[in-house]
Design a protein around this ligand. Structure first.
Ligand SMILES: Nc1ncnc2c1ncn2[C@@H]1O[C@H](COP(=O)(O)OP(=O)(O)OP(=O)(O)O)[C@@H](O)[C@H]1O
Ligand SMILES: [Mg+2]
Length: 409
């Protein structure tokens, strides 16, 4: 059956069995992203399993064009999916790329405590910096750095490599002369609220350092299992919380080398080129100092430690005379979680609504942290990366300031 002829009863752009461009036979839907749907398919030409990302042709929120442009620029680079093809018809635009494995958001949430071990966190942080360096080197910002936009590979050769996905919100920061583009005085919000930099909250033009801020928040979430604003649903309040919180506290769970990285990121402005090699060296030093082996299994490669969970229960149930042994049997991860509660005491961090800063700049807000589409003004409520009630903050957001925010006179 041809893709032009078949419409899904459930509103999906494609269905299993459908063949796109007489070449890619859809086998299953992998998920609905923010701007379209992702399917697994068989390439009838090469017999490979591939991923097909689609977006509706009638929706004004078209991001695949940018995705294709960036993926082509990144062709052949490490940590990047292979670009296989693209096209469009009356109903949808599509891009075909190599199929990867699970994304880092799902991998983290599949951990018993929703956090990665130090060893896995550090090694992921290293590969993700390499990914960010790669896209910046071809003149683009990603602008939506978050765990669900990174996957591990699918094959035995690639399953320990991190891949960067989703270039729909990318932006060229270099002009045709090779200089950094003049920043716009005000830009629309782009990105995902949970991981967005403060600059993004303040609607500033984003630069290379803003991708690094998102990396930082992501790493903190990896190691601790959450971010302090996880339960907040209001973009403005999250921005205020980011502004007020002490970033150095986040480092409690990370090796001391990460302080140097944070210091470096804090010093960067829009025009500055981050020193990626310095960051990578810091991470390398922490790897050596902590005795971590690059070839150690990642958390998801180890057998699930239900035995560890059992031993904790047993230990905590013991009579008080055995109390001292409790700590000894707690896994490393449990200990991290205990620390993380100290770091992320969201109860203490209540932010007065009309506080100076962001709240003063904007009087009215949109609904529930959702965002309006740039052209259509459609409110998008998104649920990705989420494991809690108020997870609309996590979706990739397109905002039109004039629709969402009314400026105070
Ligand atoms: N090439 C791929 N191989 C395997 N899985 C993929 C691939 N591309 C996307 N996915 C899966 O689909 C999810 C959504 O993909 P992607 O981020 O590209 O879509 P999106 O619509 O831009 O999503 P969002 O707006 O939520 O970031 C990813 O988190 C990943 O799990
Ligand atoms: Mg995405």
């Amino acid at each position: 059956m041809d893709d032009e002829e078949m419409f899904s009863e459930f509103g999906d752009l494609l269905q299993s069995g459908q063949i796109v461009k007489e070449r890619w036979r859809i086998t299953k839907k992998l998920g609905g992203g923010g701007f379209g749907e992702i399917y697994e398919a068989i390439d009838l030409l090469t017999k490979e399993t591939v991923a097909v990302k689609t977006e509706s042709a009638i929706d004004n929120r078209q991001v695949l064009k940018m995705e294709v442009a960036v993926l082509k620029k990144l062709k052949g680079k490490p940590h990047i999916c292979k670009f296989i093809g693209c096209g469009k018809n009356d109903r949808f635009n599509y891009i075909v790329m190599s199929l990867q494995g699970m994304n880092l958001s799902d991998l983290r949430r599949s951990r018993p405590r929703g956090a990665f071990s130090l060893s896995t966190t550090i090694r992921l942080s290293y590969q993700i910096i390499q990914c960010i360096k790669t896209i910046h080197e071809v003149g683009f910002l990603h602008r939506d750095i978050k765990p669900s936009n990174f996957t591990i590979g699918k094959t035995p050769d690639t399953k320990r490599t991190v891949y960067m996905l989703d270039f729909g919100l990318a932006r060229q920061y270099i002009n045709s002369q090779g200089n950094v583009r003049t920043p716009r005085i005000e830009a629309g919000f782009r990105g995902t609220v949970r991981y967005a930099s403060l600059n993004a909250h303040k609607l500033k033009e984003l630069g290379r350092h803003d991708d690094l801020w998102s990396w930082f928040y992501m790493i903190v979430e990896f190691i601790s299992g959450s971010l302090p604003w996880k339960k907040l649903k209001d973009k403005e309040r999250i921005g205020l919380m980011k502004e007020r919180c002490d970033n150095w506290k986040f480092l409690k769970l990370l090796p001391s080398e990460y302080s140097d990285i944070l210091r470096h990121i804090q010093e960067l402005g829009y025009f500055d080129e981050p020193d990626y090699d310095f960051i990578l060296e810091c991470i390398q030093s922490s790897i050596h100092r902590k005795g971590i082996n690059m070839s150690d299994p990642f958390d998801w490669e180890r057998p699930t430690s239900s035995s560890a969970a059992t031993s904790i229960t047993q230990a905590t149930n013991r009579p008080s005379g055995h109390h001292t042994s409790t700590h000894a049997v707690l896994s490393h991860q449990t200990q991290l979680e205990i620390h993380s509660n100290e770091v992320f005491d969201t109860q203490k961090a209540v932010i007065p609504k009309q506080e100076a800063g962001l709240a003063d700049r904007f009087s009215a807000r949109d609904t529930e942290g959702g965002c309006a589409d740039e052209q259509l003004g459609i409110i998008l409520q998104r649920e990705r990366d989420g494991d809690d009630l108020f997870n609309e903050q996590q979706g990739t957001s397109y905002c039109k300031r004039s629709l969402i925010w009314s400026r105070s006179p």
